[in-house]
Design a binder for this molecule. Structure first.
Ligand code: HAM
Length: 403
């Protein structure tokens, strides 16, 4: 027997119903906010992720499904969605249009991580990317939208926010931080030591408790923002306060992808164990330029569908459509023709084998049908159908032609 690869899963039955419910709920809400669907390839040039997600990130440094294709191209399976969408945005020359563009997407992402509960090598994201709006009002709007998606799915969450500053305030802050980290270098773990040179702000979210104790007194970016970033961040928190959305300012929230600036945020759940981030996102005002487009601000988020599948409250399934069953073999064909007509507008389950009444009623239950339509010998003779409405429990015989 051949099984799926380690860290990859088949989605069947109850799980696939959860998947579809999450995606359809998210799509419905994203559409209300003016997002339209975009689909980009799963396989992209490796250079795309090197230049966007960043050489120093774990995703690019350690986790890519990267290989040479038969034509000798260096390609990789997308580890996330944003880079491909920005590439598509630039390829389609949308960066030269004055209108704002908003896209939603969902699909598989690939990261060669160590699998554990909530951490897969193939997982699925639903995400949104908004281009052309630099105002912090858009940051607020996107955060509100993610909150609304979780509310609609019946999921409790904590929201963490931070500002990663801009090209004016981040470089001097980085220098300050490097100075601080160099002094405590000996005591920090090997990963942190490597990051001091490659990406010092990532030291701040080291998972090692000993490192975190040493970092308590580290300089905080939030107190080193330039005036413009500081004003925006204050406006964002004020808006969240007025909307009654609770949040925590987490100065160590730096995100694992290098393209972010200004607002960064994560939604976490306390109900799914250590892999608790259920959505993450932020602003990426330089990314379109990095990928050779005209300067265009951008902001977006992605949510992890598998992690949300653990938490989602499924709505009660309503009875729907028709179950057609014959109690005599001669009636099967009649029901099949009836099904063809009914299927133009309704969900129909047809049982091809003629069976007894009880057995058919079990089938009605399995199909979760609203109406049972059965034809036995009597009905066949009279040209009628026995109909039961499973909700009102009403039963009657109707002429077949009328059904
Ligand atoms: P990310 O934080 O890397 O951001 O991923 C977003 C979400 O995907 C996470 O919060 C988590 O729920 C889920 N996720 C990530 N890795 C795994 C995994 N190995 N197994 C299961 N679920 C996982 C991004 O990918 C950015 N592209 C988000 C974004 C969009 N930022 C701006 N626009």
């Amino acid at each position: 027997m051949i099984n799926p690869l380690r860290g990859m899963k088949d989605l069947t039955f109850d799980e696939s119903a959860r998947f579809v419910h999450i995606v359809t709920t998210a799509i419905e809400i994203a559409k209300r906010y003016g997002y339209g669907y975009i689909e980009t390839p799963i396989l992209e040039e490796t250079a795309l992720f090197r230049r966007s997600v960043g050489e120093s990130s774990d995703i690019v440094g350690k986790e890519m499904y990267q290989f040479e294709d038969k034509g000798g191209n260096d390609v990789c399976m997308r580890p996330e969605g944003t880079a491909g969408i920005v590439r598509a945005f630039v390829s389609a020359k949308l960066d030269r249009q004055p209108t704002k563009q908003k896209f939603y997407y969902y699909g598989p992402m690939f990261r060669y991580e160590r699998p554990q509960k909530g951490r897969l090598r193939e997982f699925h994201q639903f995400g949104c990317e908004s281009f052309g709006e630099a105002s912090v009002l858009e940051d607020f709007t996107i955060i509100t939208m993610v909150g609304q998606i979780f509310d609609a799915l019946g999921i409790d969450y904590d929201l963490k926010i931070n500002s990663l500053g801009c090209s004016d305030c981040m470089p001097p802050y980085k220098q300050k931080l490097i100075g601080f980290l160099t002094e405590i270098k000996e005591e920090l773990c090997a990963d942190c030591n490597r990051r001091i040179d490659t990406n010092p702000i990532r030291v701040l979210d080291c998972k090692n408790a000993a490192c975190q104790t040493l970092l308590v007194d580290s300089p905080k970016l939030i107190s080193n923002l330039c005036d413009a970033c500081d004003t925006d961040f204050k406006q964002l928190t004020a808006l969240l306060d007025s909307a009654g959305i609770s949040y925590e300012v987490d100065t160590n929230l730096v995100r694992g992808l290098d393209y972010y600036n200004k607002t960064a945020f994560e939604f976490v759940s306390n109900d799914i164990g250590s892999q608790s981030a259920i959505a993450g996102g932020g602003r990426y005002d330089k990314l379109v330029e990095y990928l050779d487009g005209k300067p265009t601000p951008g902001i977006g988020f992605a949510l992890g569908i598998e992690r949300i599948m653990e938490l989602v409250q499924m709505p009660e399934r309503e009875r729907e459509g028709y179950y057609l069953g014959a109690m005599t073999p001669e009636a099967v064909e009649k029901l099949l023709l009836l099904a063809n007509k009914k299927r133009l507008t309704d969900k129909v389950t047809v049982e091809y084998n003629s069976k007894g009444f009880k057995s058919h009623m079990k089938g009605v239950g399995k199909a979760h049908a609203r109406y049972a339509l059965l034809i036995g010998e009597d009905e066949l003779e009279n040209g009628t159908v026995w109909v039961k409405d499973l909700e009102s429990k009403e039963e009657k015989r109707l002429p077949l032609a009328k059904v």
